[in-house]
Design a protein around this ligand. Sequence first.
Ligand SMILES: [Zn+2]
Length: 220
Amino acid sequence: MSLRVIFLGPPGAGKGTQAEELAREWGVPHVATGDMLREAARRRTPLGLEAKRFMDTGVLVPDEVVIGLVGERLAEPDASRGAVLDGFPRTVAQAEALDRLLRERGTALDRVVFFDVSRGELLRRLTGRRVCRGCGATYHVVSAPPRVAGVCDRCQGALEQRVDDGEAAVATRLDVYATQTTPLLDYYRTRSVLSEIRGEGTVEDVAAAIRSAVGHGVAS
Ligand SMILES: [Zn+2]
């Protein structure tokens, strides 16, 4: 059996954690595009070097480079039974390219899982991060608090909130994500492969909702 699944969700939805766990359970690789780009750059493959050129200048890596890298990754032996894609596709153009790529290889997507998390909860999760000014250790005021509020456990340095984690910056990131993703959700909804699951609750609850959405696809 094979399993080709995409996990879609806003920043802070917790899809990375779920993708890692469930990919292991299903015996397929977890393909996180961000990590994959950095890895390809490190290995200095032709596409990796091209991606690096964009990343170094802070420009978004163009679709054709990302698609090329995803294509290479999915052709590796460990992905012969499928993969959990995390962070890709981001646009309808990328989704169309992925469909073409899978069709050329005689396969198709099994399911697209969207993590539905309320804006309030996302703001709470994303603005709670605190970083130590001294050693760089990270904490979360709710899910991973230091022993003493505002003080680093390791070096007693002062904890601060990065500008990127402030409410205004986070709200902008969520708006950009929503604008970008709505057409992508429509694309998959019309193809009847979209499952929207509630991304709140315990890690176990969310994992159970994903398993049931993916259903028959569990690799044996
Ligand atoms: Zn510290």
